[in-house]
Design a protein around this ligand. Structure first.
Ligand code: ADP
Length: 670
């Protein structure tokens, strides 16, 4: 372009020969070439370089003289230059049409750089192509950014693929939905799908859809983020589990404007979880089966044991010589050991199955410890041991705790201390550890100066059936279950166990429990031991419903001692029949009987007989040891429960209790 003074801008260069005759075009191009930072190449119509500008020389490192008359491709292109782009450029030059391409060039030194080239044909006034002008901008930096972006996208895509996550966004006002590539893969939806939201909703499992739609609705209308797990059904009817998380973006007024979310395919984890659940259920069922097997076994063992112990008990009360008495004593002792073993195994299996719950009630701390003390005092004395106990003054008199379970642990520890100590001292010390709000941490410490336990064996003490002395050399009785049961019970009472022991010096077992302060009750005088006179209960009319001959014999024997001649029913049906013919004071009802069991018989008696004909009390008499069974008996309408093997004193005390109760109620009725 000519300027006002007629100055020609291409002052630094010789004008290209081919362009001399086309001065007007040159004028225009020269202005572009002089002002631009971009490289400019002008070629003749066959593509041979006529001229390059200073920027080209700077960028490429070639001088005009070196490139003049050469085709640019012959020296600017290199190994990384795309062949396809080169072919496209050739075609466009042939067609003499303007075009834009991006490709890699090489400097004179051999360094690659990216250019964007805008090529235009140059026409003379007769519209004949006389050459080409290529304006090239260095886009290396942009290409580098683009490359980084691509790499980031690729790594994000990989991350999404590896973690089976896809992400999405939803514009609430435009309904515009965007999905990442992996989301399409997870949902197995065609990326060309226009109605993406509908496609998504359509594959959600119908059972899970209402909750999902509610969550989406709450997010869009109330701005509530959500995390939801739901199933989808993909082509081939395969079910996948999806964990969906959505966050709501809000405007400055707090109104929801968009949702951003992720969906993760958690099918493998979920299936794994389901398998674990199934395995857990199977294991639980196995434990239940084991538990009920043990309960059944215990019932089966207890029934003959009842016979052995009851007969031994009766025999011990009869006159006999000392040798006979000794033999009977062995039977009684062995029976007791066997009963303890059965009880321990049952207790352990129930604790292991998590079927033990605490019966927490107002419990007097002192009487708990005193009971344990009195129970074991005789044994301690037999071994020339001194047994003592102390309770810290600041402890409350009453606590809310399961007194029986607490005593069970203490009896085990003190029993062990007595067992493993000779001519020594055993102490039970109860102290207050901590107190927070109304929770009191109470510590029970049982110390002895007996045989002690080697340090390396102490870690095993809470394992079931573990005993320090090996089977062969064992001098002490025991099941090896006491401490593992105790530990489980202490955990139930939210406490901890500690042990310290030294061989030859003695042992110290301590445990804590957490209990609430109980209600202070004025302690009445303890009931004196009941002595039942012969004839005292002879007025009672009793029916024994029992199928086992030995048990019938024992019950008859016990009752004969009280001058009671009971009626006998050998199954539930017969019991109902007898109850309808006679008015009994007490029916002693076995549970497991042929034809009709004890529960059924009780229900029938209570529902079919008129009130005045019904027995005054039905007492379950069974070898079942579980509390649930006791509850089931009461539920069936029975009034009380006594477990077999029958303890003579307890049995008589039970009859006395009910006899007293009948006379009180009779007197009150007057
Ligand atoms: P058991 O006493 O019925 O064998 P435990 O579980 O109560 O079962 O005790 C396990 C073992 O721990 C005992 O057999 C004994 O070897 C050891 N043990 C427990 N208490 C003491 C103690 N006070 N002194 C020495 N050894 C003890």
């Amino acid at each position: 372009m000519r300027n006002g003074t007629g100055t020609f801008p291409f002052t630094l260069f010789t004008y290209p020969k081919c362009l001399m005759k086309h001065f007007n075009e040159l004028e225009k191009l020269s202005l572009v070439a002089s002002k631009t930072e971009n490289a400019v190449i002008i070629t003749d119509k066959n593509g041979f370089i006529d001229w390059v500008n200073a920027a080209f020389i700077r960028i490429s490192g070639y001088e005009l003289a070196e490139v003049s008359g050469k085709k640019p491709g012959s020296f600017l292109q290199g190994p990384e230059t795309s062949k396809a782009t080169i072919n496209a450029i050739s075609a466009k030059l042939q067609q003499q049409v303007p075009f834009t391409e991006e490709l890699i060039n090489y400097t004179k030194k051999g360094d690659p750089y990216w250019i964007k080239m805008d090529v235009s044909p140059i026409y003379n006034p007769q519209q004949e192509c006389i050459g080409f002008i290529a304006v090239e901008s260095d886009i290396s930096e942009r290409k580098q950014y683009e490359q980084q972006l691509i790499e980031k996208k690729i790594s994000l895509a990989y991350a999404q693929e590896i973690s089976k996550i896809g992400n999405w966004s939803f514009n609430i006002s435009t309904y515009d939905v965007k999905w990442s590539d992996n989301l399409y893969k997870i949902f197995e939806i065609d990326p060309e799908t226009n109605t993406l939201y509908d496609a998504y909703i359509n594959c959600v499992h119908p059972d899970d859809l209402p909750d999902l739609q509610q969550a989406i609705n709450d997010a869009v209308t109330l701005g509530k983020d959500y995390v939801i797990e739901h199933r989808i059904i993909v082509p081939g009817n395969e079910i996948k589990f999806i964990k969906g998380i959505a966050k709501v973006a809000k405007n400055i007024h707090g109104m929801p404007v968009a949702l951003f979310g992720t969906a993760q395919d958690i099918t493998i984890e979920k299936n794994y979880e389901l398998e674990l659940l199934k395995a857990k259920e199977a294991a639980e069922m196995a434990t239940v089966a084991k538990s009920s097997f043990l309960a059944m076994m215990s019932h089966e063992i207890r029934t003959p044991l009842n016979g052995i112990m009851g007969a031994a008990d009766l025999a011990s009360k009869a006159c006999m010589n000392s040798e006979q008495a000794e033999l009977i004593n062995v039977i009684k002792k062995s029976g007791k050991t066997l009963l303890k073993l059965i009880n321990d195994i049952l207790d352990f299996s129930k604790l292991e199955a998590g079927h033990v719950s605490l019966d927490e009630e107002n419990t007097e701390l002192l009487s708990c410890v005193q009971d344990v003390y009195s129970l074991l005092l005789l044994k301690a004395k037999e071994k020339n041991n001194e047994l003592s106990f102390s309770i810290e003054n600041k402890l409350p008199q009453f606590i809310v705790a399961d007194g029986n379970r607490l005593k069970q642990v203490l009896i085990n520890l003190v029993g062990n201390a007595v067992k493993f100590t000779d001519k020594g001292k055993i102490s039970i010390v109860v102290t207050q550890e901590k107190i927070s709000n109304d929770n009191i941490c109470i510590k029970f410490t049982v110390t002895d100066n007996g045989i002690g336990i080697p340090a390396e064996k102490q870690v095993n003490l809470f394992k079931e059936f573990y005993q320090v002395e090996s089977m062969k050399s064992r001098r002490f009785e025991g099941t090896g279950l006491g401490l593992s049961i105790s530990k489980k019970l202490v955990h139930l009472m939210q406490g901890e166990f500690t042990i310290s022991s030294e061989v030859g010096k003695g042992s110290c077992f301590a445990f804590t429990i957490i209990a609430k302060r109980g209600e202070n009750l004025v302690k009445g005088a303890t009931a004196p031991q009941q002595v039942i006179q012969k004839n005292e209960l002879s007025h009672l009319k009793i029916l024994v419903a029992e199928d086992n001959d030995i048990n019938i014999f024992l019950a008859q024997k016990l009752l004969h001692n009280l001058d009671i001649i009971p009626d006998i029913a050998k199954d539930g049906l017969m019991a109902v029949e007898k109850a309808s013919e006679n008015k009994y004071d007490i029916i002693l009802m076995d549970i497991h009987m042929p034809n009709m069991d004890g529960h059924e018989a009780t229900k029938t008696i209570l529902s079919s007989l008129p009130k005045e004909q019904q027995p005054k009390a039905i007492i379950a008499m069974t070898a079942d040891a579980f509390k649930e069974n006791e509850e089931a008996c009461l539920k069936a309408g029975m009034n009380d429960f006594i477990s077999k093997p029958l303890d003579t004193d307890k049995f008589y005390a039970m009859l006395k209790k009910w006899s007293d109760f009948f006379s009180i109620t009779e007197r009150m009725a007057i």
